[in-house]
Ligand binder design. Structure first.
Ligand code: SF4
Ligand code: SF4
Length: 96
């Protein structure tokens, strides 16, 4: 019983995003990037555990190279990218 409670505490402390990341292999998800809000800071690119976001080759109306998402089916919907973005430029859509 103590072990079960201990495991539940660990799972709780991992946080919802990482729990989704762990379960994400069976939860295909997608993200949408608002290119006009993006300032190309690259925080999301270094934060994505799947390495599926990269700085693109086009600039937006603000003059920044905005990020693009490589949709290779590996997105888990963990939403780390959306949570770390200071400009709220990323939306995450999770399949059930
Ligand atoms: S939700 Fe964002 S950080 Fe998580 S896997 Fe998908 S693109 Fe990467
Ligand atoms: S964290 Fe936000 S502003 Fe920074 S590169 Fe990613 S989408 Fe753009």
């Amino acid at each position: 019983m103590v072990i079960v409670i201990w495991l539940l505490v660990i799972i709780w402390n991992l946080g919802f995003g990482y729990w989704i990341f762990i379960c994400g292999e069976v939860m295909p998800s997608k993200i949408e990037i608002d290119k006009e809000r993006c300032k190309g800071c690259a925080l999301c690119t270094i934060s994505c555990p799947k390495g599926s976001i990269r700085i693109g080759e086009e600039i937006n109306r603000q003059g920044y190279f905005f990020v693009v998402w490589d949709n290779n089916g590996s997105c888990t919907g963990c939403a780390i990218c959306a949570e770390i973005c200071p400009d709220v430029a990323i939306q995450v859509w999770r399949d059930k």
